[in-house]
Design a protein. Structure first.
Length: 135
């Protein structure tokens, strides 16, 4: 090693203590500082791994969104059955789902139909929603 070369050291605590109860440090020589080329390779590798992690996060996000969409579609099917059987709360919820396109296509006309049915049964929530829809 030439004079002036940088040397990297690392210290770690060992499991032993001295007579005063102080933990002993073990000093490790980690060699000379990495070359600029080695640093560039490390940087490139890190960027590749970061890109891969971002891709994995995006894939997970897509899977979660697909699961949510499937659950919302299932919910709309259940609400439709309950609304058809006369449940005012299901009629109101189905109307909201249809207004917002949650689990189904947006359909204002059908949403108003279900909200009016819920309103006819005394649903205050449906009444308020219908009042907000009118221009």
């Amino acid at each position: 090693m030439a004079e002036g070369d940088a040397v990297n050291f690392s210290a770690m605590q060992t499991g032993t203590t001295n007579a005063y109860g102080e933990r002993l440090l073990q000093v490790l020589d980690c060699g000379t500082a990495p070359s600029p080329q080695a640093l560039e390779k490390l940087k490139a590798r890190l960027q590749e791994e970061l890109a891969m992690n971002e891709k994995i996060r995006n894939d997970i996000k897509k899977v979660r969104q697909a699961k949510i969409a499937a659950q919302e579609a299932k919910t709309v099917g259940w609400l439709q059955a309950q609304a058809t059987n006369g449940s005012a709360s299901a009629q109101c919820s189905l109307g909201l789902h249809l207004l917002n396109g949650q689990g189904c296509e947006t359909n204002r006309e059908l949403a108003v139909y279900w909200l009016q049915k819920a309103c006819a049964q005394g649903s205050f929530e449906a009444t308020n929603i219908l009042a907000q829809l009118k221009p």
